[in-house]
Design a protein around this ligand. Structure first.
Ligand SMILES: [Zn+2]
Length: 544
């Protein structure tokens, strides 16, 4: 008689039973965010709840039945259980949706960013998930002959499909209204959301050798400079995660921009919307001729950018990066990665403060001034990159207190999170004012600076944190961004710009779509790609 203790027992299970058990596990333990978003009132919506439960379980069972067999079951389900636990943790903590853009963000995250997201909360979740994983490895899977296994699987798929159809029939009206009014909830069905999104992301841009970008604006030419005029130098600062609501210059109750407020002639654009809610979308979009108004992600990713157009016109370009790169915008153009610097005053071995972007810049500009060519330098700071806002500024900017100093935002009070975020904005303010200071001291160039953030950030409004919500449902906090411009007196004169007119323009609505033609206009580049209606300067040029 076998008298095995439970801890030495190794239950025997058919692969289909295991698939069903896993699917039920996901429905019960991995979909809190989905149930919460889809079912407002469980008592009165019990039919819809039951119907969704059956459909979600059936979808996962069907998907698993296509790939899980006696040999793949344990490794595959182990990975799935662990990744699903991590995904669920982030969805619950930050209110993120795992759509194709979010998966792209995840795929393009560098090692530093990943390390910052590895919090004690996540480690705990993974340790707890070790229990079902251990149980999985204790199982013995029933062996069957190939014809029997195939037949069983076919019947299983059929039964699961029928169950799914029955689930749909149970509340077809509730389901169709959910699909019509809240299409985005499908990005909360875990793990189907990230599996399907990963598949779509890889299909859109398969890994491997990158194709050359299709040319844009090869007809670009620069107007000849007036005799005696200095070359132009434009610094474009692509901000990170700064949102308009917390921008002192745009009326935030706190003064988060004290240094910029003191800059004479600074133009603050207070009503700017971003192209997307993530760097992956916004960055390529704001430098593209297509933009949000004519949005086509594939077209944007496969074509050259504003920087290539400027390059075609003979303007010297450089991209200085303290972040995760230029997302294709600067492909083939001079790029300097400063995030890996080891300056002891600015870097801690993991990350560098944004002031690293200005280090050596002046010397670089002086050494190239003799060429007398116009230049555009793009600075890509770390800005307010979350959730570790507190690591973005040195101690002298720790002014709004107490500041959240835990990467696990759920461990902090909301006000502490806002304090840390605002401190990081204070440092961005200082960084931008320092950049303007550097440009003011340039004697070899007429200079200008354009700063615009890539997207905003949720700081707990509507239960959301961070960013990356699908564009169609992204809240204003993630889509309204600060933008400032500064022109040296020489630049304004050379351009014939009416400053009172520019100040009026700055109060009007604008968007990332304005960047492309505004920069071409400012640099006096003519090309068929230039659209005067989108050039924020064009209405303010005094007739020559
Ligand atoms: Zn970003």
């Amino acid at each position: 008689m076998s008298k095995l203790a439970w801890w030495t027992a190794r239950p025997l299970l058919g692969t289909e039973s295991l698939i069903l058990a896993c699917s039920l596990f996901f429905s019960f333990f991995s979909n809190a965010a989905f149930w919460h978003a889809a079912i407002a009132d469980p008592l009165s919506q019990w039919r819809l709840a039951l119907s969704l439960f059956i459909v979600v379980t059936a979808i996962h069972a069907f998907l698993l039945a296509l790939v899980v067999n006696r040999w793949t079951a344990k490794p595959l389900l182990t990975v799935l259980l662990l990744v699903t636990a991590a995904a669920t943790h982030y969805m619950n903590a930050y209110g993120v949706y795992l759509d194709v853009d979010m998966l792209r963000n995840v795929l393009h995250t560098d090692a530093r960013e990943s390390l910052e997201l590895l919090t004690p909360g996540l480690v705990l979740v993974l340790v707890v998930t070790a229990v079902p994983v251990a149980a999985l490895w204790r199982l013995r899977l029933r062996k069957r002959s190939l014809p029997r296994a195939v037949a069983r699987r076919a019947i299983f798929l059929l039964v699961v499909a029928l169950a799914g159809a029955t689930g749909i029939g149970l509340s077809s009206q509730g389901l169709s209204s959910l699909v019509r009014n809240h299409r985005e909830v499908r990005y909360l069905v875990t793990p189907a959301n990230y599996i399907v999104s990963l598949f779509n992301a890889l299909q859109a841009s398969p890994p491997g050798a990158k194709r050359a970008l299709l040319p844009v604006g090869v007809d670009a030419r620069q107007a000849t400079r007036a005799a005696g005029a200095r070359p132009r130098l434009l610094v474009i600062v692509v901000g990170e995660t700064a949102r308009a609501q917390n921008w002192g210059l745009s009326g935030y109750a706190r003064q988060t921009t004290p240094e910029l407020s003191a800059v004479e002639g600074l133009l603050n654009f207070s009503r700017v919307s971003s192209c997307g809610s993530s760097t992956e979308i916004s960055l390529p979009c704001m430098f593209s001729p297509f933009g949000r108004s004519d949005y086509d992600e594939k077209k944007i990713r496969t074509h050259q950018s504003l920087l290539h157009v400027l390059d075609h016109a003979g303007i010297a370009i450089s991209w200085r990066d303290n972040q995760s790169g230029c997302k294709g915008v600067c492909d083939g153009l001079p790029t300097e990665r400063l995030a890996d610097s080891n300056d002891p005053a600015l870097c801690n071995g993991k990350r560098c403060l944004d002031a690293i972007l200005l280090k050596g810049l002046q010397e670089q500009l002086q050494s190239t001034a003799a060429a007398a060519a116009d230049r555009v330098v793009v600075l890509h700071p770390l800005g307010n990159h979350g959730p570790n806002y507190f690591e973005r500024y040195p101690s002298q900017f720790k002014r709004f207190l107490p500041a959240c100093e835990n990467p696990e935002l759920s461990q902090c009070q909301r006000q502490e999170i806002v304090n840390a975020y605002d401190n990081a904005l204070l440092y961005t303010d200082h960084f931008l004012a320092s950049t303007i200071g550097l440009l003011k001291s340039e004697v070899d160039y007429d200079t200008a600076m354009i700063y615009v953030s890539d997207h905003g950030e949720s700081l707990g409004e509507k239960g959301l944190f961070l960013h990356g919500m699908p564009y169609a449902i992204a809240p204003a906090e993630q889509l309204r961004v600060p933008m400032v411009m500064w022109l040296s007196p020489g630049m304004a004169r050379q351009e014939g710009l009416d400053t009172a007119c520019l100040r009026r323009t700055a109060g009007q609505p604008a968007s990332h779509d304005n960047l492309f033609s505004s920069v071409l206009g400012l640099m006096r580049v003519s090309t068929r790609q230039y659209q005067p209606g989108k050039d924020l300067f064009s209405a303010c040029r005094k007739p020559a």
